[in-house]
Design a protein around this ligand. Structure first.
Ligand SMILES: *[C@@H]1O[C@H](CO)[C@@H](O)[C@H](O)[C@H]1NC(C)=O
Length: 435
């Protein structure tokens, strides 16, 4: 199908000017998956075509009369979103910006949920007439990981598209320190004029990591009931949920195994919308150096140091060794020989680096400092040990005193030896005389 060419881009610019008032609601390029039969089964590149979504609120509407059909864009949708969720600035980046929101529009078939704890929602089958329309789901990820939204759209007639249900997150990516609490934002909106409004809702949080997943928490808002299965330390702010439709997941104390994708789904009778967000647990290492204290070093000695970095996550660590002399000049000594990583009980990692240091590299007679630096996404950590090398280049007072002492001892020793030798010579002479 038609590709998005420069022709359509300039057309898009022209169309944007048609916006009524000072609305911030965007005109968005969106991949539209054609219905089965027209383009095939699954959503593949072959049956996805470019479309334009003209987002509008009830007050701020685009003028359909002034929108000329683009030569290479077959599908233009005017979508009315009374909540304004789709008018977020992350979905409308400034003109010319390279980053664009990612948008997909798919057909949707309303159906009762098959989840056990959501079933009560569809007990009373009161909205079949309302459901008789075309339904779409628009999933849009804004720029800079600022927000992501999924809207369920009802089209009773071809020219009318109304958002009925939206689920939004303002935290597409969350980074938390190990053991800290984390808040995964999710909120929803249901069109108050639809018959689905006020007929109950459910919230489901699921966790997904490398193909496997599990239920984190389920909440039946109609009966105020939590699912039996729920993860320890995971909860919702129920007051805020009922009052502000705030379905954010609260994790009281993050564990390493909680890194992954979280899906927030909000069900209303026959409809569901969901957003995905990413939680990453990041913990920098604790770094120590061995030996941490050294006796005086003699020139010509080879010293072995071990740098131990532990308790970090994710597995991404760069070691380096630095030698700082008494003047503060830093010399880089490379990364040392780095061990393979080990996994601890709490699923964090540990790793070591070994450094062989020839003491002739050290400045004799002056102090110095050897540091191990561990660079990690959670921060850079370092550990140091001070080095002192015996030397004669510029002796300190203590060294001088020691030297005087050594000199005295030497003097005494020489005296003693010479006396002993002189004595034995005398004896030898005496012996000779006797013979
Ligand atoms: C949603 O609830 C959480 C937990 O009480 C709170 O921290 C957060 O600020 C709320 N979000 C909004 C948008 O009100």
């Amino acid at each position: 199908m038609a590709k998005f060419s420069s022709v359509s881009l300039s057309l898009l610019t022209a169309l944007s000017l048609v916006r009524v008032g000072r609305s911030t609601c965007p005109v968005m390029q969106c991949w539209y998956t054609l219905e089965k039969g027209r383009g095939g089964g699954l959503a593949t590149a072959a049956n996805q075509v470019q479309s334009l979504l003209f987002i509008q609120t009830e007050e701020e509407k685009h003028d359909p009369e002034s929108v000329k059909p683009a030569p290479d864009i077959d599908h233009v949708f005017f979508i009315t979103d009374p909540s304004g969720s789709l008018c977020h600035r992350a979905l409308d980046p400034p003109k010319g910006s390279i980053q664009k929101p990612h948008c997909e529009l798919n057909h949707l078939q309303p159906q009762p949920s098959s989840l056990g704890w959501v079933a009560p929602l569809t007990d009373t089958d009161q909205s079949p007439l309302f459901l008789q329309a075309q339904w779409f789901a628009a999933t849009i990820r804004g720029v800079d990981q600022e927000m992501s939204v999924t809207s369920v759209i009802r089209a009773p007639v071809e020219s009318q598209h109304n958002v009925i249900l939206s689920v939004t997150t303002q935290t597409v990516y969350v980074a938390a320190r190990l053991g800290d609490p984390a808040l995964l934002d999710c909120s929803y909106w249901v069109d108050p004029s639809s018959p689905l409004h006020g007929s109950g809702f459910s919230v489901e949080w699921r966790y997904q990591f490398r193909g496997s997943g599990h239920l984190v928490l389920g909440y039946d808002g109609k009966n105020d009931r939590l699912s039996d299965i729920r993860e320890q330390g995971a909860t919702l702010d129920f007051q805020s949920l009922h009052r502000d439709r705030n379905a954010s997941l609260i994790l009281s104390q993050t564990r390493v195994k909680q890194s992954g994708t979280y899906i927030c789904s909000v069900h209303v009778p026959h409809l569901v919308a969901q957003v995905a967000l990413e939680l990453e647990i990041i913990e920098p290492p604790v770094v120590s150096i061995h030996p941490s204290q050294l006796p005086l070093i003699v020139p010509g000695q080879t010293l072995t140091f071990i740098c131990d970095a532990s308790g970090f996550i994710p597995l991404s660590l760069v070691f380096s060794w630095e030698l700082t002399d008494s003047q503060g000049n830093v010399r880089l000594l490379g990364q040392g020989s780095v061990s393979s990583h080990k996994e601890g009980n709490d699923a964090t990692y540990s790793q070591t680096s070994r450094l062989q240091l020839d003491s002739s590299q050290l400045e004799q007679g002056r102090g110095g400092k050897l540091s191990c630096v561990a660079e990690h996404p959670g921060g850079t950590r370092r550990a140091s040990v001070s080095l002192n090398v015996i030397g004669f280049s510029s002796p300190s007072i203590e060294d001088s005193m020691a030297l005087v002492g050594v000199a005295l001892v030497l003097y005494g020793f020489i005296k003693f030896v010479s006396w002993t030798f002189t004595g034995s010579d005398d004896n030898e002479a005496d012996e000779k005389k006797k013979n």
